[in-house]
Design a protein around this ligand. Structure first.
Ligand SMILES: NC(=O)c1ccc[n+]([C@@H]2O[C@H](COP(=O)([O-])OP(=O)(O)OC[C@H]3O[C@@H](n4cnc5c(N)ncnc54)[C@H](O)[C@@H]3O)[C@@H](O)[C@H]2O)c1
Length: 258
């Protein structure tokens, strides 16, 4: 395993399962001290315990990213446990998929409180520490919904399009201060029974088999195919990358369907 993130202190939101858990493991294997910031106490504790059992530095902090006070507490506990954070991976997210005219304000608020404002509140909580140390990386896990529109998935694309601005604006704002490398990973994932991208679609007749056939590579991506690029983006090797979007979709978005 690489040592790219040796002794870095990394907060990963939503790391109890799926892509976040995979990122936490690859970060830990790359030498990082990992904070599993997860709303679900069972999966969050289990994910951190599994890393500890394998000899890695990991610590679970129950955190709802929709609650700014919990984020502030989580960052303070990170500092007390491992030290000031060097890396933030904004991975926690939920799908709120609706026909636009059926959408309630409560559903809009639920989507934005986690997929948009929650991301900003996490950035806001770590940025002072990164500014003080003069270094840091923030990796935002976005989606193909960040640059393409799939009908009946409203308002998720509105929130995830915003992630691009949330990545670019702070990147330019703080670049001269050595911080932080901000990057968007636009992921397609993972195992069959998780949240494989097209399983999310509310389109009738949309299933995994057809999903795979529509992919240039004839398959959907794996957790590791998102986790390793996240390790790279958070590492010194990506030192001149900031405000960038890395599309991880097996070429789907550049394929012209005939
Ligand atoms: N799976 C895909 O195909 C895919 C595609 C594009 C983007 N994404 C994005 O990648 C991220 C991870 O996706 P996944 O498939 O692993 O999802 P998942 O649902 O399997 O895992 C998400 C994790 O985030 C946690 N979480 C949810 N709300 C939270 C909150 N308020 N505070 C803290 N944690 C919270 C959940 O408990 C869960 O552990 C999400 O942001 C998702 O939108 C996923």
């Amino acid at each position: 395993m690489s040592n790219r993130l040796h002794d870095r202190i990394a907060i990963i939101t939503g790391a109890g399962q799926g892509i976040g858990e995979g990122i936490a493991r690859r970060f830990a294997q790359s030498g990082a001290r990992v904070i599993v910031a997860e709303v679900n106490p069972a999966t969050g504790a289990a994910a951190a315990a599994a890393l500890q059992a394998d000899g890695y530095h990991a610590h679970f902090i129950q955190t709802d990213v929709a609650d700014p006070a919990q984020i502030e507490r989580m960052v303070a506990e990170t500092v007390a446990t491992f030290g000031p954070p060097d890396i933030l991976v904004n991975n926690a997210g939920i799908n709120v998929f609706n026909d636009p005219l059926q959408l309630t304000d409560a559903a809009w608020d639920r989507c934005f409180s986690i997929d948009s404002l929650g991301v900003w509140h996490c950035c806001r909580a770590v940025l002072p520490h990164m500014l003080a140390s003069g270094k840091g990386s923030i990796v935002n896990i976005a989606s193909v919904h960040s640059f393409q529109i799939i009908p009946h998935t409203f308002p998720y694309p509105v929130a995830t399009h915003g992630l691009l601005g949330m990545t670019r604006a702070p990147a330019v704002e703080y670049a001269a201060q050595g911080i932080p490398r901000q990057s968007d990973l636009s992921g397609v994932d993972p195992d069959a029974d998780q949240r494989g991208l097209l399983e999310h679609l509310s389109r009738p007749g949309c299933e995994r088999g057809r999903t795979e056939q529509r992919q240039p590579m004839q398959r959907i991506g794996t957790v590791d195919e998102v986790a390793w690029p996240a390790v790279f983006l958070a590492s010194d090797e990506a030192g001149f990358i900031t405000g960038a979007m890395l599309v991880i979709d097996g070429g789907k978005s550049i394929q012209f369907d005939v």
